[in-house]
Write a protein that binds this ligand. Structure first.
Ligand SMILES: [Zn+2]
Ligand SMILES: [Zn+2]
Length: 260
């Protein structure tokens, strides 16, 4: 259980000066995973089987595109991924038999319009419905998200394992700036499953107290950010308010992309 592959990143994230160590863990692993897929692994047959099958979500295709300087590997991957998906789409859309060179409506000639509409109505629904169903399912698949979801679950397990067994880690957690709203909810919900009564209560109280204390801190920083626009405050110190907006947004939503 105390596998250093998992415990070291958890310890590091809980030592980082950030608004949410779980967001921090997620960002670090997301970057590593995108680098993995952008690197030589794109050319490995085993990886190609996975990427042809699931592809990537819009966010991660975007990150892969931005991370590859030459883009050849990404191009080769996209090529075989599209070939695979075209063959699946043809299979799912098997019931659709509309010849696009045919006139299916909009003509002044009554006869072909009637014929075209009838043919489309009879053939399209089941094939198109299967196709839409497949496309919706495929939309949710992503090789990076899959790895990320799996690993984040392990990291959450490790956080509770370390909280149970390591007094230094409990102290480390108490000294963080707490967690973002979504991760606070996740940790409280998971505590009931991972910790026994007394420990679960103590954990949830700590996480809730950290949230309230740090929300008030950031709100004060955001407030000072807005007051700095008043000419009377121009010469006063920024304090911690210069980057209060991205940190406030991260705290409220878990969106770490706005912070550097
Ligand atoms: Zn978070
Ligand atoms: Zn994704």
């Amino acid at each position: 259980m105390a596998d250093t592959i998992y415990t070291i990143p958890v310890s590091e994230a809980f030592e980082a000066d950030c608004e949410c160590p779980v967001c921090e863990l997620r960002r670090r692993f997301e970057n590593e995973t995108v680098d993995y897929f952008a690197g030589p692994s794109l050319m490995e047959p085993d990886t190609r089987i996975v990427t042809n099958d699931t592809g990537f979500c819009s966010r991660h295709f975007g990150q892969l595109y931005a991370s590859q300087a030459k883009k050849l590997g990404l191009g080769l991957m996209l090529d075989t991924y599209m070939q695979e998906q075209i063959s699946r789409i043809k299979k799912y859309a098997g019931g659709v038999k509309v010849d696009l060179s045919d006139d299916i409506g909009g003509s002044d000639d009554k006869e072909p319009v009637k014929k075209g509409l009838f043919r489309k109505k009879a053939a399209a629904p089941s094939g198109s419905r299967n196709l839409a169903k497949y496309l919706r399912k495929h939309e949710l698949e992503c090789a990076v998200c899959k790895k990320l979801d799996y690993t984040m679950e392990r990291y959450i397990d490790i956080i509770f394992h370390m909280y149970k067994s390591d007094a230094d880690f409990r102290e480390k957690l108490r000294n963080t700036k707490g967690f973002c709203l979504p991760h606070t909810a996740l940790l409280i919900e998971t505590a009931e499953k991972k910790l026994s009564g007394r420990a679960a209560e103590e954990f949830c109280d700590t996480v809730s107290a950290l949230l309230i204390k740090n929300l008030e801190r950031i709100e004060g920083e955001v407030d000072w950010f807005t007051k700095k626009f008043d000419y009377r405050n121009v010469d006063k110190d920024w304090g911690n308010s210069r980057d209060a907006l991205p940190r406030g947004i991260q705290k409220m939503t878990g969106n770490i992309d706005v912070t550097k």
